[in-house]
Design a protein around this ligand. Structure first.
Ligand code: GLA
Ligand code: ZN
Length: 666
């Protein structure tokens, strides 16, 4: 867990790209900008170990000492994200291969196979040297393992990976019989008689075995996680007290972050919303903050990277207009971040990211709007120590499950079903309603929640049905949607009626599913006489104890249920059998929230985010006006002093365009 008493502010710092004379100016400008933490050494391997086993840390010592003299702490990287040229030359087999067998060469970054012993050993040795060397340096306050694992190479298909995969499968299945059964290899003559016959799911003529594909995802996520864990353990041997992280990437699909998050001391992520994405972009960014916080068990996280204004990797890289970077930063803090950091401190003058924005742009600090905004925010954050360590508390959980995501991405399914977009639609309701929400795994801890939503939980792993049953029996409210409870962890269909093992608690069973062609509208009639629309998909549901809150009126099965509710134990279970439009979703979810007394802290117009962070008896109410017009907010009985302006607010308050208030509630 983070150990800060201030909010952190700073960014990636790459001093090796600059002459030492610039370092002095950097340190001075960092002070001006309120910087108190920099991430150092992320891509420094070649400079730290210019030849095999020859470690040169003197330059880094000088940087860290200089920063320390200026009161700036260091998030020290293990520097293993980009193997040096000599290592590749010596062991070319450490290069990764794609599904076609194409080698991904050196000359950019992340060109390593996680199952290469040469990469693993060299990375571990460098980590050990760094940990030993800096274990007592007072400026080093945390560790940053590697960088954005999997960002460019989300899978490797080389022969070493094939061999490691076989080992992983032996550990999982013990016998080939068990593997053949789990993978359903009676299909298409895929039966294996020897472990050596098994390969990663390389490029195949057509659809590869689904269980093989899912297992490869599990295996590969584990393979890269093993790299992380090795470095983590080495660091912990030397500096057990310092918190360790690796930077996640929000809704990054290839790795199971629920598993990964068990192996960091705090979570962090890199946030790059497109300034052109408007409110949708804000909502998705908010969701990724919520995910990062949830992965860390609700503890404060770090916004490890954002850009001061423009990135360089989109087709069009627009500027953030004045004020937007500040608002985005407060969005992170309001959702649980204890620090705001950037990629990067000083804009590069060479290399593939030379057009990427930074805290200090190419024009230099003095004449730059961007630097002014950066420095203003840094000074402002220095006044917000009270927030450090406070937490967002959610009563609602949304199941976001990686193996399920992988399963829904397999080629063969009844219709396209974009899991992430669908999950985000549910998050969006809570975002718009200013109700805090966490993301949880299907087998995570749901005990703190009153409401758990599990959209499209197609793959229901063994035991998850019992967890849901217990949650609802004990008084929880559960909501799931069409195409849930269909397969087990090996992607075998559960027979005897869809919704399978959760049919009983839902009080329904599903006979068929009926995906709809684009543009066809399904008419939804609610029991209260109102009407909505649905599209894309409907399940043909049989009631078995549940009641229908809404039916479809224009399907060939007359009045087939669209929304059902079932009382189970002390709780309630809802099923959405069709893809309801946003208004219908809002209608249903609003009524569920009313029943559960889940209420927003304020009444605010659209475009205003309201969130609460709490610590001991202190409560901080964040109000963020993302619009360009004044916003009239009813504080619903709350009153308090704004930490930013010192002004008191109660009753109603008008937020200026783009204004942020952080009320320390009375
Ligand atoms: C990622 C990386 C950084 C940098 C930025 C550019 O977040 O971690 O090293 O490449 O992207 O946006
Ligand atoms: Zn490999």
């Amino acid at each position: 867990m983070l150990q800060n008493t201030h909010l952190y502010y700073g960014g990636d710092y790459n001093p090796e790209q600059w002459p030492e004379s610039v370092w002095q100016e950097d340190a001075r400008l960092m002070q001006t900008a309120g910087v108190n933490l920099v991430s150092l050494g992320i891509f420094s391997w070649a400079k730290l170990e210019p030849a095999p086993g020859q470690y040169e840390f003197a330059w880094l010592d000088r940087v860290i000492d200089l920063l320390h003299q200026h009161g700036i702490s260091v998030d020290l990287a293990t520097a293993t994200a980009s193997p040096p040229a000599w290592l590749v030359r010596r062991y070319p087999e450490l290069l990764p291969q794609d599904a076609n067998g194409t080698v991904l060469h050196s000359g950019s970054r992340q060109h390593y196979c996680p199952n290469s012993p040469h990469y693993r050993e060299a990375a571990a040795a460098l980590t050990r040297q760094l940990a030993e060397h800096y274990r007592h340096h007072p400026a080093v306050v945390m560790w940053h393992i590697n960088n954005e694992y999997g960002c460019h190479v989300a899978s490797c298909f080389c022969d070493r990976c094939a061999a490691a995969f076989r080992g992983w499968l032996k550990a999982r299945y013990a016998t080939l019989d068990a593997l053949n059964e789990a993978w359903g290899t009676a299909f298409w003559s895929q039966w294996y008689g020897d472990w050596e016959e098994i390969f990663p799911p390389r490029k195949t003529p057509t659809m590869a075995n689904p269980a093989q594909q899912i297992d490869y995802k599990r295996f590969y996520s584990d393979s890269v996680l093993a790299l992380h864990r090795r470095e983590y353990e080495i660091i912990k041997e030397h500096t057990p007290g310092l918190p360790v992280t690796t930077n996640f990437m929000g809704f990054f699909g290839p790795f199971d972050y629920h598993q990964w998050a068990r192996h960091v001391d705090f979570t962090s992520w890199d946030s790059y919303p497109d300034p052109n994405d408007g409110v949708n972009g804000l909502a998705v960014n908010a969701a990724a903050h919520d995910l990062t916080r949830s992965l860390g068990g609700g503890k404060p996280f770090l916004l490890m990277e954002q850009v001061s204004s423009q990135v360089s990797w989109r087709p069009v890289n627009s500027l953030k207009p004045p004020g937007q970077m500040r608002l985005h930063s407060y969005q992170a803090v309001s959702r649980g971040a204890d620090g705001v950091l950037f990629f990067q401190w000083r804009a590069a003058r060479a290399g593939a990211e030379k057009y990427h924005g930074a805290m200090v742009p190419h024009v230099g600090a003095e004449r730059s709007r961007v630097f002014r905004e950066v420095a203003d925010l840094g000074r402002e954050l220095q006044t917000l120590d009270a927030l450090a360590g406070s937490r967002v508390r959610a009563k609602v959980g949304i199941v976001f499950d990686y193996p399920n995501w992988w399963a829904l991405n397999l080629e063969s399914k009844p219709a396209q079903l974009d899991y992430l977009s669908r999950v985000l639609e549910y998050h969006r309701f809570f975002y718009d309603a200013n109700l805090p929400v966490d993301f949880v795994s299907a087998d995570g801890d749901w005990s703190g929640y009153r409401l758990v939503l599990a959209p499209h939980l197609c793959q229901l792993r063994t035991g998850v049905d019992e967890r849901i049953r217990t949650f609802v029996r004990d008084g929880g409210t559960f909501l799931t949607t069409y195409f849930s409870g269909i397969t087990d962890e090996n992607e075998h269909v559960i027979l005897g009626g869809y919704a399978g093992k959760i049919s009983d608690l839902l009080g329904i069973w599903v006979e068929e599913w009926d995906p709809q062609p684009p543009g066809r509208i399904l008419h939804v009639q609610w029991a209260d006489g109102t009407h909505s629309e649905a599209s894309d998909w409907c399940d043909l549901v049989h009631l078995q104890g549940a009641s229908a809150l809404a039916v479809l009126t224009n399907h060939f099965i007359s009045k087939t249920p669209a929304v059902t509710q079932n009382a189970y134990g002390k709780g309630q279970a809802y099923y959405l059998a069709a893809q309801l439009d946003a208004a219908a979703r809002t209608k249903l979810l609003s009524s569920i929230c009313r029943d559960l007394d889940l209420e927003a802290p304020v009444d605010a117009p659209p475009g205003v985010e309201a969130t609460l962070r709490e610590k001991n008896s202190s409560r901080f109410l964040f109000l963020l006006n993302h619009t360009n017009t004044p916003a009239d907010v009813c504080l619903k009985g709350h009153a308090g002093r704004d930490l930013l302006s010192g002004k008191n607010h109660n009753g109603r308050t008008i937020l200026a365009p783009q204004e942020t208030l952080i009320l320390n509630l009375d």
